[in-house]
Design a protein around this ligand. Structure first.
Ligand SMILES: Nc1ncnc2c1ncn2[C@@H]1O[C@H](COP(=O)(O)OP(=O)(O)O)[C@@H](O)[C@H]1O
Ligand SMILES: [Mg+2]
Length: 304
């Protein structure tokens, strides 16, 4: 992204803070206070099927229960299923925003648990490869919702697709989900390797999913973080463990997040514990805390 464009975005940001916005669909804004910085969390994994979408959905719901205004973006263009897990019927998605047909607010849908969802668009190219018009469209789209949001959670695709890289490097925190299958660990390692060596990302949060106990999750973290920290220039923090839980599978059948369908289940308790931890992280400060920064990063070309 050109510097002048970035400066323009920041100017837009400061002029936006005082602009009244009264759309009904907008999340409530606390009156009299300047917009709070937005925390952007990417949920990634390397391998598919390890539980990224469940983690994204249930952490979003749990973070909303703690009083945050949460927007969940389904960025898995290939195998979009946030809408299925939440039982949503969606008509529009990010592609309509890119085409300029809809605003971001028009494609955002209300989901159970009080969260908002941006449904996935299939076949969307790497963000850095979008045309100038598409860029402008999405930048405007995001600046429109700045100040109405506390947390943006991004459910990314499996693997090391361009879009996964774009979203991870634009986020403040990358949550890497693993389970105890060897392929899940090697694929997560490969993802972290690319993000660290080619894009200078150095901090990751590990979430162990579908394991027997928290102790087992901690062992997995120990093993994984040691290997990463030995061979790569990275720090891996332990975020938490979500146990294997039949209640979670039943909730999926009911198309309701387990944190809503079975709030007393072991997995729901684990999601709430992790959300409480995230809620205690320091509030992002400076330009990194604003959506414009996120969007700027999203459009930066490959190795910048
Ligand atoms: N904690 C868990 N306990 C039991 N099964 C789980 C758990 N997390 C995920 N699963 C199972 O794994 C499947 C894939 O989960 P999903 O969130 O769609 O993964 P991903 O988004 O990484 O592909 C789910 O359909 C569910 O059957
Ligand atoms: Mg998924």
């Amino acid at each position: 992204m050109h510097n002048d464009q970035a400066a323009g975005l920041r100017a837009m940001q400061s002029s936006q803070t005082s602009a009244p916005v009264s759309e009904e669909s907008a999340p409530k804004k606390t009156s009299g206070r300047p917009p709070k910085p937005v925390r952007v969390l990417a949920v990634a994994s390397g391998k598919g099927g390890v539980g990224k979408t469940n983690v994204s959905v249930n952490l979003s719901v749990s973070l909303a229960q703690l009083g945050n205004r949460v927007l969940l973006m389904d960025a898995d263009m290939g195998l979009a299923n946030v809408d299925i897990m939440l039982g949503l019927q969606t008509k529009y998605n990010l592609a309509h925003v890119l085409d300029g047909e809809k605003t971001l607010r028009e494609v955002m849908v209300d989901a159970p648990g009080g969260i908002k969802v941006i449904p996935a668009a299939s076949g969307v190219k790497r963000m850095a490869q979008l045309s100038t018009a598409e860029n402008a469209g999405i930048i405007n789209a995001f600046s429109e919702i700045d100040g109405f949001l506390d947390i943006l959670v991004i459910d990314t695709a499996a693997g090391i697709a361009d879009s996964v890289v774009s979203f991870c490097r634009a986020s403040q925190d990358v949550i890497v989900v693993v389970n105890d299958e060897p392929a899940s660990m090697t694929d997560a390692y490969a993802l972290i390797k690319v993000l660290s060596k080619e894009y200078n990302l150095t901090k990751f949060k590990l979430l162990a999913n579908m394991v027997r106990t928290e102790k087992h999750g901690l062992m997995l973290y120990d093993k994984f973080s040691k290997v990463c920290e030995q061979f790569l220039d990275v720090y891996i923090d332990y975020l938490g463990t979500v146990p294997f839980d039949h209640d979670l599978r039943e909730a999926i059948q009911r198309q309701t997040p387990v944190t809503i369908a079975k709030p007393n289940s072991e997995s729901a308790k684990a999601f709430r514990k992790i959300a409480a931890e995230i809620n205690n992280w320091p509030i992002p400060t400076g330009i990194t805390g604003y959506l414009q920064f996120f969007v700027e990063r999203l459009f930066q070309s490959q190795n910048s």
